[in-house]
Design a protein around this ligand. Sequence first.
Ligand code: FUB
Length: 654
Amino acid sequence: MKKRLLLALLMLPLFVAAQNPIIRTQFAADPTARVFNDKVYVYPSHDIPAPEGQRQDWFCMADYHAFSSENLTDWTDCGVILSQEQVPWGKPTGFSMWAPDCVTKNGKYYFYFPDGPREGFGFAIGVATADSPEGPFACEPKPIQGISGIDPCVLIDDDGAAYIYWSGMGIRGAKLKDNMLEVDGELETIELPQGRGSMKVAGKGMEGLPDGFKEGPFAFKRNGWYYLTFPWVRTEGGTETLAYAMSKSPLGPWDFKGIFMAEHDNKCWTNHHSFVEYRGQWYLFYHRNDYSPAVDKRRSARIEKVTFNGDGTIREVKPTMRGVGINLATEKIDVDRFSAASDYVTTQFVDTANTFRGWCASLNNKKSWLRYDDVEFNLRDDAYVIVCARADDNTELLIREKSAKGKVIARVPLTVLSEMGRFRRDMRGQWLTLTVPLEYVPKGVTSLCITCQDVPVEVDWIQFKNRPHYFSAVPSGASPAQPDADGFIRRWLLQEPIAKTIPSNIVFTDTYLRDLFSEELAKLGKQKLKSYALESETYNVRLFRFGELWANHTYGSLFWATTYIDCDEEIPDVRLSVGCNGASMWWLNDEEVLLLSGDRRMVEDDGRSQRITLKKGRNVLRCALVNGPGLSDFCVRFLDENNQPVTNYTIKTK
Ligand code: FUB
């Protein structure tokens, strides 16, 4: 049971906000995205901080993880799929597991990756195979012959022929044999520079590409066009853009078309990407050093939507923080990953010592606003919002719909300085988590806009929640209820709580309770107590929540609960079985059948009555429960001789 729970927890999606970066617990560079079995899989390089003895400012990777998603919002880490020690021909401490790819053919998954060979220098490209996109992958004993370089990418054409592209002495490409493990065709012998001898190389250099440094080829086919896309340094001393060329043939010659993503604005030197079509939309996966501003060799995967012109050329893609996908209003929304913002809005790390804690946004001018698009609302009318924000002075943060002038969804008082009698609260500059009701509940997918009365205000996240109801009202004329599958009775007529001053529950002896309940029973009917016919959402009837939400009274209460049980036949030899928080007394057809005294916690079947009979026709079950300082609730059912729940009766509240 424990194992099953652990497994279920491990498989839960790790990241549930549709934002960039998409993977937020580790670095994930060079993201190659593929669609397998109607899911998107991402195979990134796994950047890590360099261990001692390794170059601190250089790439460092020891293994690969795969990530999967069905909505591009929730990403599940499938764990390590291959590590450097598992590569028979690779250096076990080379930390050179650079940009990979994964494709499927003939029912098998082929994972292509670069690594530093045990002998010699440079990079070779290996293949590991698996029966599932999530592995486990088993590595071939030798790397692919004739390929010396990095960043493999494999394109499988409509006729099933596979082509491999890589970066080594420019960008090269070759056809793969049907076994996907070898290059099809003769190897060419070339002389290495600086008298380092000769080597045999596969494939051919791709013709038609521009001058300047190029790496990370990603090839794909769309509407009969082959696209060869690649990171390209277009200016002397510059950083990488993403550029592309098109052809009518898989290995070129290519017609260079220009860039589709400009250099990163923060000088991150590399970019590396892939294209994927998923459920009718094309996406670009790429990377930026979001969590590692100081060292640009620790990068994180991002996604944007891609569109094409009528002639097949790619429209320029602008990096965003918001990324793609719908954010459910009930999930934490990191509004610092906004879609758009006015002037004087900045983002910064919440904790520079642990960048994976993410960012917050500052509104620094009274007219500042930030907008967060594509939030899906499906909330009840009494939903509320939780806001994590901080300020230097008392102010009000406003959550609006659509724009800075849009309708106000919630007004969040950021009270950081307050006087309450002799208590003074000074929370200037402290993070506050505030809960406020909504002025109204938006519907469907919409945009949120945050403004504030006074500045500066920093905001980290917001989250909308449905207020739990615990009960639903039973309409008059409702059809009778039945006990639930475990026999628990959930439909009750609850009377508004009677206030009782009970500082401690140690007074709940049998004598005390009998006196108290008989005194109250005598008054019952004469008092004008309001009654509520309710269905409990849970098997335990949460009287405390009933008091809080329906009658505005919680601790120090005596509750009366009644229900009517209709039996088609007499049901003999049953026991009333009760668990309760507080102390309770139970009557069936006005006969006392059970008393649970003392200061109890709610435990299922905590106390059982003697054998009793549910008569044919109507039976009245009544309970009085009293509690001083605790949370009051009870659960009750009838059990038969074999301790099985009795369920062959119906329940009404009148
Ligand atoms: O991740 C290591 C290298 O950085 C990749 O192989 C290149 O494409 C660049 O992104």
